[in-house]
Design a protein around this ligand. Structure first.
Ligand code: NCD
Ligand code: ZN
Length: 340
């Protein structure tokens, strides 16, 4: 039997939600991850340090070993003082930019990036990274092109204007994004999800629509999937693990207007291992999953380890989600690797 032991991984992009589902989401992530960058798109959004600290306490009340790293939700009205407060709190690691309306609970997001310049200036001064949902929001732009256009229209000018701002291009989905991140300077990094490594838009749309594979940014053409796979196994420290695990109850996904988001938290590291092994790159998993993200954020690497064993198991077909159910990513499928 094959065993692979790696430094305990961290999830650099995670949606835990709130309330009575927290015990489920936190426990699932804690199964494999030590730390998680917790996204702030709650209802209402986590827009200030006090809200983030209260949310932190609710996550900690779940009494798992998951260490939540908190983020603030940037709005048109965030002010520079809030960034100073966030920095001093020691609790906030980053600020998340959702262009207004771009995704789930993004209605309070930024309507025009210029409105945040003062805040971005302050972030740059205190070395607070900006995490970017990189898609344009113009309704007429084709949904498959929204990330590509974001690079030229928004991201490049932003990086040129704020030459010391650290920016993580979250959940990248295109070859364009891969190429952009490779040529950018080292303050730019990107997270990659398991769904964008494992699937492309044929999985979503061919032979019947699969609402549980619908997420944003949407799955793209197969050649983008291949580019993401190569980036993930390249050993380039600019690319690291961020699941974007984003739970929505089954009835909200299997719906005439289904929600965007895939729930991968339960089997996340095994899903990534599946891809890395298929590409004969298991030796590259540790850097991607456990080293590069911590290095980017200037945090220590975890001291503990996890062991994966090559022993097939089946992802459950559904999970309890408070008083509802949720369909996990890869439901019912067999994975080759499991946590020992
Ligand atoms: C996320 C969610 O549901 O919060 N959905 C998704 O499809 N990824 C939001 C996001 O990260 O876009
Ligand atoms: Zn997300």
């Amino acid at each position: 039997m094959r065993f692979v032991t790696i430094t305990t991984p961290d999830d650099w992009h995670l949606h835990l939600r709130d309330g009575d589902v927290l015990s489920r989401t936190v426990a699932d992530s804690a199964r494999q991850f030590k730390r998680a960058m917790v996204m702030p798109n709650l209802v209402p959004p986590v827009t200030d340090t006090a809200m983030a600290m209260a949310y932190y306490e609710r996550v900690m009340a779940c009494k798992t070993n998951l260490q939540p790293l908190m983020t603030l939700y940037l709005t048109d009205h965030t002010d520079r003082q809030e960034i100073i407060t966030a920095q001093r709190s020691g609790c906030i690691q980053a600020v998340k930019l959702y262009p207004a309306g771009v995704t789930t609970n993004a209605n309070a997001g930024v309507t025009a990036i210029e409105k945040t310049y003062d805040v971005l200036e302050a972030m740059q001064e205190v070395n607070m990274p900006l995490l970017v949902h990189g898609e344009v929001t113009t309704a007429e732009t084709d949904i498959f092109d929204r990330e590509k256009y974001f690079i030229d229209e928004q991201l490049k000018p932003l990086l040129e204007r704020f030459t010391n701002l650290k920016v993580v291009f979250e959940h990248i989905t295109t070859q364009d994004a891969v190429e952009f991140v490779i040529q950018a300077d080292t303050r730019v990094a990107a997270t990659i999800t398991p769904q964008h490594l494992l699937y492309n838009r044929n999985h979503l749309l061919s032979g019947g629509i699969k609402p549980h594979l619908y997420c944003l940014p949407i799955l793209k053409h197969n050649h983008h999937q291949l580019a993401l796979q190569q980036a993930a196994i390249s050993g380039n420290p600019k690319f690291f693990l961020g699941t974007d695990s984003a739970p929505h109850a089954r009835n909200a996904k299997e719906n005439a207007c289904g929600c965007a988001g895939c729930y991968s938290a339960l089997a996340a590291i095994e899903l990534y291992a599946q891809v890395f092994d298929q590409l004969q790159a298991m030796d590259k998993l540790e850097g991607f999953a456990s080293h590069f993200g911590a290095d980017y954020y200037g945090l220590h690497r975890n001291e503990s380890t996890i062991t994966l064993v090559k022993k097939p198991w089946q992802i459950p077909s559904q999970l309890d989600y408070a008083d509802q159910t949720i369909i996990p990513l890869g439901a019912g499928e067999t994975l080759d690797w499991q946590l020992a």
